[in-house]
Design a protein around this ligand. Structure first.
Ligand code: CAA
Length: 401
């Protein structure tokens, strides 16, 4: 699986694997039970110089790109999907600033995230606007040197532990999604509170919260890029770059569950032989391994395309996300099946993989939204994809409509 990785990639992978095995795996079940955030893991990530891998060097990061980010998330998620996303969501929260922040905003907000001393979250979704992100209702109305923000955000991963939030709100409600702007909001801003924590099925170590804004005065200097009404595009570009991180989380979960399934079926005996030596089980394991490898190549490829600076990355990012997360759901469910009744019990590590995997098909755009993005791209590319067929089509009998 490492054949096409560079020396730098292998180095990130190895360091992340060490953190995962030494600091994450031993506490994964406990963090799942208690819902506590893995602060010691964050310290380990800092000491292994993994925080801020995706942040440019001039802002304290390592400029290591999306592929290295994915390699780290994959390794962490092999041991715990919650820890994987707790790491990845800092990329989701900081990409808006990297993409659209002013020089001053980048200088101020990116270095503490790069060092791991500050965590960040991404506030786009609301109760009435999930997949239809452009229909959000939170408003940010200019008043003197401030914007007065009112509304509520939903599904804010990292909400309870972040000190900085990128938040999308309507500065011109009459223009709908074309009136959305992005803001950088600090945790202590008066009128801003981190609200209810969700009682989630999986990824239980990371807090997912609502955010409340009640006449919250955000200084105009916090308007991202000092530009109004370009927030929706910023959010879409951010998601394009962050979705490989979710795909890598899913990949790590699939790989982690697969390793447990291999181990268990090679030790458990039924009908006088190991479960693994039954051909029916070998076929299942073969499919799981093949699906994981296909997902890995697509996830790494999508990250490489983004790192190349290509302009149109939404289709490939969506393809990687949809394929890897559907694979994770299938593989983790099959892994539970291979554990039999034990797989259904919390005494064993495998059911957690299935619970953690489910959210990857939902957040950062449901897999239905990913298919919509891919379908729209195919519609745009139709001519380019099919023009060469004209020569044959000319000889077809005419088709009505
Ligand atoms: N890059 C740049 N611009 C883009 C873009 C992209 N990928 N996608 C769309 N745009 C631009 C379009 O060009 C268009 O621009 P103009 O105004 O100049 O015409 C504008 O944005 C509107 O585009 P659409 O007409 O395509 O918008 P739409 O309303 O049909 O929505 C959508 C498109 C893809 C469905 C989008 O709403 C979407 O991605 N929804 C899912 C949102 C999502 O992923 N939410 C998850 C939030 S994070 C989370 O899960 C929580 C967490 O903490 C982990």
């Amino acid at each position: 699986m490492n054949e096409l990785l560079s020396k730098e990639n292998l180095d990130y992978q190895e360091r992340a694997r060490e953190v995962a095995e030494k600091f994450v795996r031993p506490v994964a079940a406990e963090l799942d039970r208690t819902g506590e955030y893995g602060w010691d893991i964050l310290e380990a990530l800092k000491s292994y110089e993994l925080t801020g891998a995706w942040i440019p060097k001039e802002y304290g990061g390592q400029d290591a790109g999306v592929l290295n980010l994915c390699l780290v998330v994959e390794q962490l998620s092999r041991a715990c999907g919650g820890v994987g996303v707790a790491f990845a969501v800092n990329a989701l929260g900081s990409f808006p600033i990297i993409i659209g922040g002013t020089e001053e905003q980048k200088q101020k907000y990116l270095p503490p995230i790069a060092s791991g001393n500050s965590l960040i979250a991404f506030g786009l979704s609301e109760k009435p606007s999930g997949s239809d992100a452009g229909s959000l209702r939170t408003t940010a109305i200019k008043d003197g040197d401030d914007y007065v923000v009112n509304g509520q955000k939903k599904w804010n991963t990292n909400g309870g532990v972040a000190s900085t939030f990128t938040v999308y709100a309507l500065t011109d409600p009459s223009r709908g999604m074309r009136g959305i702007s992005a803001f950088i909001v600090e945790k202590d801003t008066p009128g801003f509170t981190v609200g209810k924590r969700e009682d989630t099925m999986g990824i239980r170590t990371v807090p997912v919260n609502e955010l409340e804004f009640a006449d919250c005065r955000v200084p105009a200097s916090q308007l991202l890029g000092h530009k109004e009404n370009v927030g929706f595009k910023n959010a879409m570009m951010t998601l394009d770059r962050a979705r490989p991180g979710v795909a890598a989380q899913a990949l790590g979960l699939a790989q982690g569950a697969f390793e447990w399934a291999l181990r268990y079926t090679s030790e458990r005996k039924q009908f006088g032989q190991t479960v693994m030596s039954h051909q029916a089980i070998q076929f299942m394991l073969a499919d799981m391994a093949t699906q994981i490898e296909a997902a890995r190549q697509l996830v790494y490829h999508s990250a490489r395309v983004i790192d190349s600076g290509a302009a149109n990355v939404n289709k490939i990012a969506a393809m990687g996300k949809v394929f890897a997360t559907d694979t994770a759901m299938k593989v983790t469910t099959d892994a539970v099946q291979l554990f039999g009744g034990y797989g259904y019990c919390r005494d064993y590590p495998i059911e957690k993989y299935m619970r953690d995997a489910k959210i990857t098909q939902i957040y950062e755009g449901t897999n239905q939204v990913q298919r919509l993005v891919i379908g729209r791209a195919l519609t745009r590319e139709l001519k380019e994809l099919t023009d060469h067929l004209d020569v044959v089509v000319e000889h077809f009998p005419e088709v009505d409509g």
